[in-house]
Write a protein that binds this ligand. Structure first.
Ligand SMILES: Cc1ncc(COP(=O)(O)O)c(C=O)c1O
Ligand SMILES: N[C@@H](CCOP(=O)(O)O)C(=O)O
Length: 472
């Protein structure tokens, strides 16, 4: 049996796993979530101890996939996806203090946690598209890391064309080059005159423009895609079990922007993993920290920081949490989202905010705190944090967490992706790993477009094989 997925806005048909994955955003503008949370027994979680990452991944992911993909095929794709990682543990834990651990999620091909989900998602989508004889046109928005991971995972694949919209001039050089140097004809890097929020709004507008969506058979690989979030839930199990779960609870501190990663932790908790606190860590673009403190979700102008991938105001996956926290009242979600688009804000009612606070805390780190944390942690422990991880590390140090509970800080990027900021903070310029050694000397391919829906749609439609084949 396949689990059904429902839209947070309640006005789109429920879909099975494969259709929800191909759909990306629901047709009513909402996000797909499982209609119920599958749970794993204490024994099943205990049984994960000492198992390879791919086996844990299979145990976590299979209940959400059901019979949508044959079990042997799913296993094969999971094994292939995690064989692309350079560390045998895939996501190793490093101890940096008493009961404090860093979960390194950056050992995949593009040095950021996005590879964990994207390497699997590309294989899952390819499989379903091939079975159905379909091709898709993926349009994604990136503040730096999703784009590189998507291009890497889908480059050269016959069934998908990938268009990545990045905010012009606002990603690091390494991030940009990871998107602009691949030569395969099915991948396209596009700089938009605007912010990440503008790029994400364009992507959502394309999904909500049904004529365009159907014309190009639009697909999404941002965390609007449920399969992305699902694959990210796995490493919460891997880390917690290594630290004593299910006998013992573990706290997680998560560098947050679009709320996909920390929502994956929430999903793991709903599946039965004993997670104590989930701490949302933001940089000065602190909409989520403010929301948890005040109950008001209010968009302000985005400020550029040394953790550019988290320079986000409209935090897409918060909608998924809101849906659960307000008792799955799709009408309430629709009201909040309409207020957000009309006035840039919405208020959480008391019960919803209390539900959120049962699982989540939040904190912010400013630029001085990020820099100080990188320098001090390096001096005191020898460990070199990237800027995004440093946001979470700084928040973890100041959070009101039980010292007897292990705290895991998610390390979402390799420091070599942000060499200037890391060097300024620590005096150490981290080198790129060998497989990316020639990245900075390769020729780039990048188009630039205005922040204009019609212009971007025309660009995509002209280049997508789905539309070119139809026209031929
Ligand atoms: C390096 C890095 N850290 C943290 C985040 C924030 O993750 P999320 O958007 O899932 O909250 C991002 C972007 O997603 C990122 O690229
Ligand atoms: N920080 C992300 C922003 C997009 O997030 P996603 O998880 O929704 O894909 C990035 O690096 O692009």
């Amino acid at each position: 049996m396949s689990l059904a997925y429902v839209s947070t806005r309640g006005d789109a048909p429920a879909l099975g796993f494969a259709d929800a994955m191909l759909a990306g955003l629901a047709r009513d503008g909402g996000l797909y979530v499982p209609e119920l949370w599958p749970t794993l027994s204490t024994d099943a979680i205990a049984d994960m101890a000492g198992r390879p990452y791919a086996e844990v991944a299979e145990a976590v992911i299979a209940p959400f996939v059901g019979d949508a993909i044959p079990a042997a095929k799913l296993r094969e794709m999971i094994r292939e996806a995690y064989a692309t990682f350079r560390h045998p543990a895939v996501t190793p834990l490093v101890q940096t203090g008493a009961n404090r651990f860093v979960l390194e999620l950056f050992h995949g091909p593009t040095l950021a946690f996005k590879d964990v989900a994207m390497q699997l998602l590309a294989r899952l989508m390819d499989h379903v598209l091939a079975e159905r004889g379909l091709r898709t046109t993926i349009v994604g928005a990136t503040s730096g890391d999703t784009g590189g991971a998507a291009i890497e995972a889908f480059r050269g694949r016959d069934r998908a064309d990938v268009f990545i919209l990045m905010p012009h001039g606002k990603v690091s050089e390494v991030q940009r080059r990871q998107m602009t140097t691949p030569t395969e004809a099915n991948v396209h890097a596009v700089a938009i005159d605007g912010s990440f929020d503008d790029a994400q709004a364009l992507v959502k507008a394309m999904f909500n423009h049904h004529a365009f969506r159907d014309r190009v058979f639009l697909g999404g690989v941002n965390s609007i895609n449920w399969a992305r979030v699902l694959a990210q839930a796995v490493y919460y199990f891997v880390a917690a079990v290594a630290l004593g779960a299910p006998r013992r609870a573990v706290d997680f501190v998560v560098p947050t922007g679009n709320f996909g990663d920390v929502f994956a932790g929430y999903a793991a908790k709903r599946m039965g993993l004993p997670i104590g606190r989930l701490v949302v860590a933001t940089n000065v673009n602190d909409i989520l920290a403010r929301t948890l403190a005040t109950g008001r979700y209010e968009v302000r102008g985005v400020e550029p920081t040394t953790s550019p991938s988290m320079d986000i105001q409209v935090s897409s996956n918060f909608e998924r949490l809101l849906f659960d926290a307000c008792g799955r009242d799709a009408q309430a979600v629709r009201r909040a989202m309409s207020s957000l688009s009309q006035s840039g804000a919405f208020e959480l009612d008391e019960a919803t905010l209390a539900n959120i606070r049962m699982d989540f805390d939040a904190g912010r780190a400013d630029e001085a705190q990020v820099s100080e944390t990188i320098g001090r942690v390096r001096r005191e422990t020898g460990y070199l944090l990237d800027t995004h991880t440093a946001v979470a590390y700084s928040v973890a140090e100041r959070a009101n967490l039980d010292p007897s509970t292990p705290t895991v800080v998610l390390s979402t990027a390799h420091p070599a992706k942000f060499p200037e900021a890391v060097e300024a903070a620590s005096g150490i310029r981290p080198p790129l790993p060998a497989h990316l050694a020639d990245l900075l000397s390769k020729p780039e391919r990048l188009d630039r477009l205005p922040n204009d829906l019609a212009a971007v749609e025309a660009y995509v439609a002209e280049r997508a094989r789905v539309t070119r084949e139809r026209a031929a």
